[in-house]
Write a protein that binds this ligand. Structure first.
Ligand SMILES: [Zn+2]
Length: 469
């Protein structure tokens, strides 16, 4: 493993990034330390000293929710509180909004900020939502430091500078801040509900597909966030297929450590690159389409990572096909017609309401304008596809490798196995129309532009992810 893919050595990572970013365009990496070990939970007192820059006598608020998180039979919050008793004035504050799982909406954010009032530092104990709430509570209390005790490997948000919150019932990613120190105890994480860790694994494997969409979009002049240093981190992180996935179901520390590390690298790269585009391609828009459908029908929204994992198999299949076959040829390029696209959006999203149609059309117009403005790049990139295909080949792992890993992790590897179940018709709708949502450009946009996004091609792309068993 190179230093670019080791979040537990942040100084080494910063050093490795320096020569790759001579102009200093990357955002500063605001984390002080990430610990991923079997004893990280015992390092809270030391982390507080480091985060505060001075020993003892500070007021500490430990934010947690009502989910009882146990470490060797004892509640983790009690264990942490006891650890701090001699040196600090520490209090545990439990956030309870009446929901089974905490909702990161304004009520909870205000509650967290209020509970942290007067504290010199915040300790959060929990999964992604708790960490994200803690970032905002720290921000609203004058930017006091935060030590995040990570209890599941469910998302990549433990090590980034944004928070996923709920606004009017819809998930939004908003800028917040980096936690100061992240402590990931692999034993506690190994006992988290399996569906959380396998969802984290689904999210993690988009590392083996999404960077290709980001690179494609930047080659075509449509994405200006591209940075070679960020690509180098992504490549270092995805250098080896995740052969350790089979240990996740049993909570094996070595596998949990690898998963936690990959997710931490993802958080860091999106933070320093100041964009989620590097980690969000075809697979993410398919997942967003499913969320859109469920939200519009007031149905439960599935775990993001679990959906992304299945959709990554579709993305990898499409990408490898475009890399290995003589598919992309400049002669097939046709300038898209915005009236046709808008009409198609109307047909695809009309049943979800006028507001959604208008939002997608607005995004499509912005994307279309950029495509037309960069048309010469489309001609040159498709004209030199064989050369570019070699570079894409480095960024995309074959679907079969990813499927085997996803299966051995114990996570869902087909749409009907997701919770809530995604029936074939919905999976097909989400995939067929994924390029009509959001203003980012990905491989499916290009296939559509070349007349290759046909019913036949879509059915082929989905043929391995529709089985129930
Ligand atoms: Zn994601």
């Amino acid at each position: 493993m190179t230093q670019l893919a080791d979040p537990t050595d942040l100084d080494g990572l910063r050093q490795a990034l320096k020569p790759l970013d001579p102009e200093g365009r990357l955002k500063p990496l605001g984390l002080k330390r990430v610990v991923i070990s079997g004893t990280a939970h015992l390092e809270v007192a030391a982390a507080l000293r480091e985060a505060l820059g001075r020993p003892g006598s500070a007021s500490v608020v430990i934010l947690t929710d009502k989910t009882p998180i146990l470490r060797a039979g004892e509640r983790l919050s009690a264990l942490v509180e006891r650890q701090l008793a001699n040196e600090y004035s520490a209090r545990v504050a439990c956030l309870d909004d009446g929901h089974e799982n905490l909702h990161a909406d304004e009520t909870v954010l205000a509650m967290a900020a209020e509970k942290a009032k007067g504290a010199d530092i915040i300790v959060t104990i929990g999964s992604g939502t708790m960490t994200d709430v803690g970032k905002i509570a720290a921000d609203r209390n004058g930017g006091i430091p935060q030590v995040a005790v990570q209890t599941a490997a469910s998302v990549d948000g433990f090590t980034d500078n944004v928070s996923v919150i709920l606004r009017n019932g819809v998930k939004r990613t908003v800028p917040s801040r980096w936690p100061t120190i992240v402590l990931a105890d692999v034993v506690t994480i190994g006992t988290a509900p399996l569906k959380l860790n396998t969802a984290g694994f689904g999210e993690a494997i988009s590392l083996f597909t999404a960077p290709a969409d980001w690179y494609l979009s930047s080659l075509l002049g449509l994405d200006t966030t591209f940075h070679p240093a960020a690509l180098a981190i992504l490549q270092a992180a995805a250098a080896e297929p995740p052969g350790w996935a089979s240990g996740l179901a049993a909570g094996e520390p070595a596998s949990i450590r690898e998963l936690t590390r990959l997710l931490a690298v993802r958080g860091i790269v999106s933070g320093v690159a100041d964009t989620t585009a590097c980690l969000s391609g075809v697979e993410h828009v398919i997942s967003h389409m499913l969320d859109l459908h469920h939200a519009a029908h007031h149905e439960a929204i599935g775990l993001h990572g679990a959906q992304v994992g299945v959709a990554s198999l579709v993305a990898a299949k499409l990408w490898r096909h475009a890399i290995e076959q003589d598919l992309i040829r400049p002669g097939l390029l046709n300038k898209p017609d915005i009236a046709t696209i808008e009409a198609r959006i109307g047909r695809a999203f009309g049943h979800l309401g006028r507001g959604i149609v208008e939002e997608c059309q607005r995004d499509a117009r912005a994307k279309h304008a950029k495509v037309i403005a960069n048309w010469d790049r489309f001609v040159s990139v498709t004209g030199d596809w064989q050369r570019h295909a070699a570079a894409f080949g480095e960024l995309v792992t074959p679907a079969e490798t990813l499927r085997a890993a996803l299966r051995s992790s114990g996570g869902p590897s087909a749409f009907p196995k997701l919770d809530p179940v995604i029936p074939p018709g919905l999976a097909r709708w989400a995939t067929a129309n994924c390029f009509l949502m959001r203003n980012r450009f990905n491989l499916v946009d290009l296939l559509n532009m070349m007349g290759l996004w046909t019913d036949e091609h879509i059915d082929w792309a989905l043929s391995d992810v529709m089985e129930k068993t």
